[in-house]
Design a protein around this ligand. Sequence first.
Ligand SMILES: [Ca+2]
Length: 237
Amino acid sequence: MMWAMKWVLVGLLAAWTVTVLANPAIKEIRQKSNRPGRFLSLPVPQKCSNRPKEFFFNGHNYFYTGHVPQFRNIKYDWLDARNLCREYCMDLPSLETQEENNLIFRLIQQNDVPYIWTSGRLCDFKGCEDRKDLEPLSIFGWFWSGTRGKMAPTNQVPSGWGYNPWSATGHKKVRQPDNAEFDINGTNESCLSVLNNVYNDGIAWHDVACYHEKPFVCEDSDELLNYVAATNPGLRL
Ligand SMILES: [Ca+2]
């Protein structure tokens, strides 16, 4: 229970930390996305009830922003993307099994999507200190903020998978995660994006700085759906 609570805090702090990372080199972009109220959004019951349902897998609905008329052309930074999903009782996708990962990879491949956000986040913010079990962070420090589940160590094939979904290459021509943008402008690559062959590496996982604006997939959030169901008796979800 305490562990679960910790990850609740981790989720909230992940949202918060994105706002406080300060770096002059990305000031212009930051200002654009640094609107007031950079916190996690609460679900909106009517939006949850009418949320787009493009496809269904393992008890969850999903949609890709590019396939929903009102979201067709949007690109958001990681936190804004999470928050749009959350208003609909969804979150960025947590790719916890190879089957679910295949589903998202297929969507990307079949629709020639250049990249998407996932809910993957590095625990590199306030609240993550003194966690010996997360060290070194680049290997043990990743989690799914959508479900608060820990990811497999980044240098291993996750349990039940046939391969390691992290790309074998990137900007620095080394395995991901490589935190490459830190060397360029001091910004950490703390968010997990699926990139479509950006480094001639097929469709693969990359750590990317969270301020970049990308299209995204939303996945049903059990936590938010249960909350809205419990507080809105009779609402059809
Ligand atoms: Ca990277």
